[in-house]
Design a binder for this molecule. Structure first.
Ligand SMILES: Cc1cc2nc3c(=O)[nH]c(=O)nc-3n(C[C@H](O)[C@H](O)[C@H](O)COP(=O)(O)OP(=O)(O)OC[C@H]3O[C@@H](n4cnc5c(N)ncnc54)[C@H](O)[C@@H]3O)c2cc1C
Length: 388
C-alpha cells in the first residue's frame, strides 16, 4: 500500500515519522524548498510544542471534533513520542518546550525520524479519485497512491507555509468554513501617540479576561493577552485596566494626594506612576488639558474620571493585522465530513486530513502544535489500519 503525505509542516512531519516507524511505504511532498519552515518560527524560535493544560475549552471552531484526537494523543503521549525520537521536553509555567529551547532541534529530529525523505519544491495541485485509490498531480507528474494524508496548513503566515491548499478538498466536495486570522495583533484608533509603550494590564473583552504585557503600536495593540483575544475581537471594544493591582479608590486617593504638590503641572501628574505617553493620553481622554495647567486645579470630578480611564481604557477594534501576521487560521475544511476517530474523509474514504487545514484552532500557548501533532498521529495510524 502506497501512502502520500502532502505538506512537510508540523502535522506532515509527524504523520511521516509514524509511517516510517511502522515501515509503511510513503512519499512526503512539500511545496516549499524545505520542510518545516513554519515550525522553525514557532515560539520565537523556541517552539512552544504543547501545553500542560490541553483541554477542549482551549480550542475553537469544531472543538467537539478535536476532542477525540487530543484525548488519545494528548500531552503525555506527545511527550513520550518526542522523547522516543530524542527530543526531551520541559515546561515553563504551563507552556512546554523542547529542552534545548530550539525549534530547529524539533525539526531536525522529526526529519531524522521520517528518514529525511521529503520531496521538496513539489506542489500537489489536484487529487483525482480512482477505483482503488487516488492520482495526485505532483508537480508535472501524475502519481497513484492508495491513501492520501493531507497536512497542508492554513492561510496564516503565508510566507512560511504558502497560504493553504483548501481547493484540494473543496474540489472533491468538502466544505470550507469562513476563514479569519487568529493569534494576531489588533488594529484600532487612538494608539499612534502611544507607539512603543509597554504595560502589564488586565484586559476585558465582553466576558473574556486576559492579563499580561500589552504593547501599543502605531496601528493598534499587540502582546500576548491581545493575541489571545484576537480571534473574535473585530468590531468589539477591549478595555484595558492599566493598574490591575490598584483599585479605583486607591488611584483616586493617590491622585488627590498628589494635588498637594502645588508646584507640579499636569505634565508630571503621572510621573513615577505611568508611562508619560500614556499619562498624556489619559489626560486627553478626560479633557483635562493643557499640560501646563497646575495639578492643584484638578477637580474631584476630574480625578474620578482619570481613575476611571486608568481602570478601563477602551479601544474599539476595527480589524486584525491580517493573515500575513497571524499565527493561525480560524476556520478551515469543515470537520463534519471527517470521522473524528480516524481523521478520514466520509466523502472519499482513503483521504485523511490533519492540522491547521481543518476547522480547529487553539489558543496561544502550544495548543496549535498539539492539535497538528495529535491529528496527524491519529491520521497516520488510521491510514495503515491501526488505532490508538
Ligand atoms: C510565527 C508563528 C509562531 C507560532 N508559534 C507557535 C507556537 O509556539 N506553538 C504553537 O502551538 N503554535 C504556533 N504557531 C502555529 C503553528 O505553527 C501551526 O498551527 C502549525 O504549524 C500547523 O501545522 P500544519 O502542519 O497543519 O501546517 P504547516 O506547519 O503550515 O505546514 C503545512 C505545510 O504544507 C505545505 N503545503 C501546503 N500545501 C501544499 C501542497 N498543495 N503541496 C505540497 N505541500 C503543501 C506547506 O508549504 C507547509 O510546509 C505559530 C505560527 C506562526 C506563524
Amino acid at each position: 500500500m502506497k501512502i502520500a503525505v502532502v505538506g512537510a509542516g508540523a502535522a506532515g512531519l509527524v504523520a511521516a515519522s509514524v509511517l516510517k516507524m511502522k515501515n509503511a511505504d510513503f512519499t512526503l511532498y512539500e511545496r516549499s524548498a524545505r520542510a518545516g519552515k513554519k515550525l522553525l518560527a514557532t515560539g520565537n524560535g523556541r517552539c512552544n510544542i504543547t501545553n500542560l493544560c490541553i483541554d477542549k475549552s482551549r480550542y475553537h471552531g469544531d472543538n467537539d471534533f478535536s476532542e477525540y484526537a487530543l484525548s488519545r494523543f494528548g500531552y503525555f503521549e506527545l511527550k513520550t513520542f518526542f522523547e522516543s525520537i530524542g527530543v526531551p521536553l520541559k515546561a515553563e509555567g504551563d507552556k512546554v518546550y523542547p529542552y534545548s529551547l530550539q525549534a530547529s532541534s524539533v525539526l531536525d529530529m522529526l526529519r531524522f525520524a521520517e528518514g529525511m525523505c521529503e520531496i521538496c519544491d513539489t506542489e500537489i495541485t489536484k487529487i483525482t479519485p480512482k477505483k482503488n485509490g487516488f492520482v495526485l498531480k505532483a508537480g508535472d507528474k501524475d502519481v497513484f497512491f492508495d491513501k492520501v494524508i493531507l497536512c497542508c496548513g492554513g492561510k496564516a503566515a503565508p510566507n512560511l507555509s504558502g497560504g493553504g491548499a483548501y481547493d484540494l478538498l473543496t474540489d472533491l466536495g468538502h466544505k470550507l468554513t469562513a476563514l479569519k486570522p487568529a493569534i494576531v495583533q489588533l488594529k484600532c484608533d487612538g494608539t499612534k501617540a502611544l507607539d512603543g509603550v509597554k504595560i502589564d494590564a488586565a484586559i476585558k473583552m465582553e466576558k473574556r479576561c486576559e492579563e499580561g504585557e500589552v504593547l501599543f503600536t502605531s496601528y493598534g495593540l499587540s502582546g500576548p493577552p491581545i493575541l489571545q483575544l484576537s480571534r473574535d475581537a473585530k468590531g468589539k471594544t477591549v478595555s484595558l485596566d492599566l493598574t490591575p493591582e490598584l483599585s479605583y479608590t486607591e488611584i483616586v486617593n493617590m491622585l488627590s494626594e498628589k494635588r498637594k504638590l502645588t508646584y507640579l503641572t499636569l505634565e508630571n501628574l503621572f510621573t513615577g506612576f505611568l508611562n508619560k505617553k500614556l499619562g498624556r493620553e489619559i489626560l486627553k481622554r478626560c479633557d483635562c488639558l493643557p499640560m501646563g495647567r497646575e495639578i492643584k486645579t484638578l477637580t474631584d470630578k476630574e480625578i474620578k474620571s482619570l481613575a476611571s480611564v486608568i481602570k478601563g481604557m477602551e479601544f474599539l477594534i476595527t480589524d486584525t493585522n491580517g493573515f500575513a501576521n497571524a499565527q493561525v487560521t480560524a476556520g478551515g475544511i469543515s470537520c463534519r465530513d471527517f470521522n473524528r476517530e480516524t481523521m478520514e474523509s466520509k466523502l472519499h474514504p482513503g483521504i485523511f486530513a490533519a492540522g491547521e487545514m481543518l476547522d480547529v484552532d487553539g489558543d496561544c500557548g502550544g495548543f496549535n502544535l498539539q492539535w497538528a501533532f495529535s491529528s496527524a498521529y491519529l491520521a497516520a495510524l488510521s491510514a495503515i489500519g491501526e488505532n490508538i
